[in-house]
Design a protein around this ligand. Structure first.
Ligand code: ADP
Ligand code: MG
Length: 601
């Protein structure tokens, strides 16, 4: 005797089907994730019933995704706990429908923000995004008779008894002609690989022998049971990268935060400057979304890996993520784990750490500038390369350089500033090499955070350690000569007695003014700003130098005044070429001055 029930859409749900149809237009493919994850849930529930002795089964659990090309159907089958007629009525006709309705009402306004919404499903009814008729054929684990539910795209369903002996559920989608792509094996393989690759129950496509998924992904294992090879293999497979990551972090948080994951720091690829990482977010092994910026702070966006957050509802919106305490705690936990890892590499594997530092540095420095907490955690592990390619921390530097307490000398160009570096080295003062754009912003930031440290470029004010003791004799006439010879209003002339007697003169630049003009240059895309040249430039004339003495004596003989001026100019130009690249005009003047001096011999 066949029982038949008919039903139809209620007033409330009148519009739900058309909405589902156009909903999430670009992310239709998630219907498959929804159906397969429902199948997983049904199997998991069945397993639990068996473990509680409320049902028995000793076969193997599986999910099948099968295409029938002639019928144009796609079927998702499981041997989970199944549903009785009453259960379909309750869970599909009532609860699932109202759930989908609620979801649509809640997020319809956010439709434009399609970036994330599309990743989150609306459950069973998302099947109608690709099908004009959906059938459920189910046999419950209880002795309730098997049942068939069939529903068209207007939401009109009918239910009757079905002929199904084995326990479980088949969801049969009559795929529309427009969506026929979802009947193709390649399409299904791609979608299953994206969303279902780590689901906990074996999934088979078109009855093939091998499941498409890995039911026990590495992140669920205890970190102490995983080998470095497993981490490396997992990374390479997941991200199709042949390079070893720089390091990885396995997060296994149980309480109070419940989430697991593995994060990798990839080796920056220099061929393509695409440094965008990829952190895949999972909900109980079901893929939800990529690169959720609410979870991973921007400066760690280069991280790759997986996060499984079972407390994150599957149906979440961007505004939920932005305001969720759980999400911000996860984010803070990740930052802490990354900082811990950096500190532990620094403390226990210094050599390896120095080996990866150049790749790590931009992210650490950027992170320190963006996030005070991160800075506080890792600042002791920030290392600096010196001009001899050795790495030191700031405290190692200051401990050693007691001659100039509180000052940290650096060069931005090893070749250009070699004279200065050499002079400082003579006094055993170490010089760091800070030659990237981020460095200059980073040191300014550090100085703001820590008043005890002052970074000075090696061509800034002459270090006290370079000067010899005793007073410097000022010579107004000589000073006048230099001012005249230089012929630049802004360049000051000063006398000093330098320990290094071979150096006639040096250019120095005020650190603050130079940083300011560098910054302006950066904003004006490398163009020289008028009036910014020689900003804070000083010529330090070394009274200990023989050539300077010679020029000075020439001044008492009026016949030698012109030659003295040529020599003074030459001293300035030599100091200038030791400090920076000459401009075209300066080079021209330099060459002419040389010719004039040579003609005078
Ligand atoms: P959710 O999975 O969030 O509960 P769905 O709309 O995906 O929402 O599914 C609604 C309900 O239908 C499920 O909670 C479950 O009770 C039932 N259901 C769906 N698919 C299956 C299945 N394959 N086997 C057993 N029950 C199912
Ligand atoms: Mg579901």
């Amino acid at each position: 005797m066949e029982k038949m029930r008919k039903g139809g859409i209620t007033v409330e749900t009148e519009h739900i089907f058309p909405i589902i149809k156009r909903w999430l237009y670009s992310d239709k493919e998630i219907f498959l994730r929804e159906l397969v994850s429902n199948a997983c849930d049904a199997v998991t529930k069945m397993k639990r019933l068996v473990s509680l002795n409320e049902a028995s089964f000793d076969g193997s659990y599986r999910i099948d995704v099968k295409v029938n090309e002639e019928e144009k159907t796609l079927t998702v089958s499981d041997n989970g706990l199944g549903m009785s007629e009453e259960e379909i009525d309750r869970y599909i006709n009532q609860i699932a429908l109202s759930g989908a309705l609620e979801f649509i009402q809640k997020y319809e306004g956010e439709n434009e923000d399609s970036g994330i919404i599309g990743h989150f499903g609306l459950g069973f009814y998302s099947a109608f995004m690709v099908a004009d008729r959906v059938e459920i054929v189910s046999k419950s684990f209880t002795d309730a008779p098997a049942v068939r539910w069939s529903c068209n795209e207007l939401g009109e369903y009918e239910m009757n008894e079905a002929d199904k002996a084995e326990r479980g559920t088949d969801i049969i989608l009559h795929v529309t002609d427009e969506e026929a792509d979802f009947l193709k094996k390649e399409t299904l393989t791609r979608i299953l690989d994206k969303y279902c690759a780590f689901m906990p129950i074996e999934i088979y496509l078109n009855g093939e022998e091998k499941p498409i998924n890995d039911t026990t992904p590495l992140w669920l294992k205890n970190p102490s049971d995983c080998t470095p090879e497993e981490y490396s293999e997992f990374y390479k497979k997941l991200f199709a990268d042949w390079q070893e990551p720089l390091f990885y972090i396995h997060i296994n948080a149980d309480y109070p935060l419940n989430f697991k994951g593995i994060l990798y720091f990839p080796k920056p690829s220099h061929e393509f400057s695409n440094m965008e990482g990829q952190v895949k977010l999972y909900y109980n092994q079901v893929f939800v979304a990529d690169n959720i910026k609410e979870v991973i702070p921007e400066y760690l966006m280069t991280l790759r890996g997986v996060l499984d957050c079972p407390e994150l509802p599957l149906n979440v919106s961007r505004s939920y993520l932005q305001n969720s305490g759980y999400v911000s705690k996860i984010s803070a936990h990740i930052v802490k784990k990354v900082a811990d890892k950096i500190n532990s590499l620094f403390n226990t594997e210094r050599e390896k750490y120095e080996g990866i530092w150049d790749d790590l540095k931009p992210f650490v420095e950027y992170g320190c500038m963006r996030d005070k907490k991160f800075l506080d955690k890792v600042k002791g592990s920030v290392i600096y390369k010196n001009v001899d390619d050795k790495y030191v921390t700031l405290s190692e530097y200051t401990e050693k350089n007691t001659k100039e307490a509180g000052k940290v000398f650096y060069a931005t160009d090893k070749t250009q500033q070699s004279r200065y570096i050499a002079l400082l080295k003579e006094e055993e003062i170490d010089v760091l090499l800070l030659d990237s754009i981020i460095d200059s912003q980073f040191i300014t930031h550090l100085e703001q955070e820590n008043a005890d440290v002052k970074f000075v470029r090696c061509d800034s004010d002459i270090a006290a350690a370079l000067k010899s003791e005793g007073e410097t004799v000022e010579n107004e006439v000589l000073k006048e000569l230099f001012v005249e010879a230089i012929g630049k209003e802004k360049t000051e002339v000063e006398f000093a007695s330098l320990k290094n007697e071979k150096t006639p003169a040096m250019i120095t630049l005020s650190e603050q003014e130079r940083r300011f003009s560098d910054m302006m240059k950066l904003y004006s895309r490398g163009e020289n700003m008028p009036g910014m040249d020689n900003m804070g430039e000083k010529l330090i004339v070394n009274t200990k130098n023989a050539l300077i003495e010679k020029i000075s004596t020439m001044l008492s003989d009026p016949a030698k005044k012109e030659t003295a001026k040529l020599l003074a100019k030459q001293v300035y130009m030599l100091a200038l070429v030791s400090q920076r690249t000459l401009t075209a005009d300066e080079l021209e003047a330099f060459v002419n001055n040389n010719v004039d001096i040579l003609s005078n011999i």
